[in-house]
Ligand binder design. Structure first.
Ligand code: BV8
Ligand code: ZN
Length: 277
């Protein structure tokens, strides 16, 4: 009772018990957030209070800000693209990818439902990945709607060396004609990153696939997410409400009234390889 009163963090769940459940699961859904890329060197949104220069991430990641100041928003995305290109998948990404390959040989499925846009799950070798917030390395044309893969570094000459996150850094104020443009048959429309901005709805095709996986899974892992961004924050609670066990892997201590069956505290690059071995 005293512990509950002090709200002291409760110890980790029993890993042996979790691994028993894991060994019997046929369809595993792994929901991941920025914490799974933390050990790849990508700052999480909560860390550094999610700032780039003087702005909060969620104030820049909007369609309004892009139409108001496309140069500033492209500097921001150039910064993230270059960070993600230089990053390498962590032990957490790798453990997930290896586990998927092992399970598929046993006729068992694993799907990664990621909020991350850094493509590190794919680079680690995961095959079945649903990117609910889009992908930094895809562009979408505002004129013709064409969506393209784009891993160019820099994405356009004018952004070379730009995007420094230091608050003292001033805007590059790149003229819109020098920002990334569409090369689809003379369209030349302005390109945007193909990510889901705040205030934009998630892609309905992706959401349909997510719903199917959440309804089919018999075990769910929730890795490295603060679960504050909607509607992704509702995915794990939806699985738990079906009575399916959810195991949360997070660096922050478990709230004494955790809503999930299992909780393993610690950096997921250390905890996941043990859990998924
Ligand atoms: C929408 C791409 C319909 C852009 C991103 C209720 C219902 C619906 C909408 C809302 C709602 N309430 C509010 C909204 C609006 C908004 C929202 O959720 N706002 C939040 C801030 C309250 N949602 C939307 O706008 C969504 N659209 O619902 O459309 C609609 C439309 C209009 C009006 C109403 C409804 C679209 C949301 C998608 C936004 N796009 N990404 C870009 O950023 O480039 S989200 C972005 O932030 C990231 O992609 C990421 O998903 C998210 C950050 O969350 P996390 O991944 O959890 O990362 P975070 O840093 O927060 O946490 C890291 C965690 O890891 C921490 O817990 C930490 O402890 C842990 N950790 C750290 N290190 C480690 C670790 N764990 C383990 N190991 C470690 N080493
Ligand atoms: Zn176009």
């Amino acid at each position: 009772a005293l512990k509950a009163l002090t709200g002291a963090a409760r110890p980790n769940s029993d890993m042996a018990e979790f691994r028993e459940v894991f060994s019997k699961a046929k369809h595993i859904a792994i929901i991941t957030g920025a914490g799974v890329s933390a050990e790849s060197g990508l700052p999480t949104f909560r860390a550094a209070s999610g700032h780039w220069r003087r702005w909060k991430t969620q104030d820049l990641a909007t369609a309004q800000e892009f139409s108001r100041n496309p140069s500033r928003v492209w500097e921001f995305y150039h910064y993230w693209r270059e960070l993600a290109l230089k990053a390498t998948p962590s032990e957490a990404h790798r453990a997930i990818a290896e586990c998927e390959a092992r399970l598929s040989k046993q006729g068992r499925s694993m799907v990664v439902i990621t909020q991350n846009t850094d493509e590190l799950h794919r680079r680690a070798g995961s095959k079945h990945v649903l990117e609910v917030h889009g992908n930094l390395f895809k562009t979408r044309c505002l004129s013709c709607g064409d969506v393209d893969d784009n891993h160019h570094s820099p994405i356009c000459a004018a952004l070379q060396g730009k995007g420094d996150p230091d608050p003292k850094c001033s805007d590059a104020d790149i003229p819109v004609r020098d920002l990334p443009r569409c090369d689809e048959g003379g369209c030349d429309g302005l390109l945007r990153p193909d990510v889901i901005w705040f205030g934009e709805t998630l892609d309905s095709h992706v959401l349909t696939k997510v719903e199917k996986e959440l309804d089919a899974c018999d075990l769910c892992l929730l890795v490295g997410t603060a679960s504050v961004v909607f509607p992704a924050a509702l995915f794990a609670p939806q699985v738990a409400s079906r009575g399916v066990p959810v195991a949360e892997f997070n660096i922050r201590p478990r709230a004494s009234t955790s809503r999930y069956k299992y909780h393993f505290q610690g950096p997921c690059a250390s905890t996941l390889p043990i859990a998924l071995a």
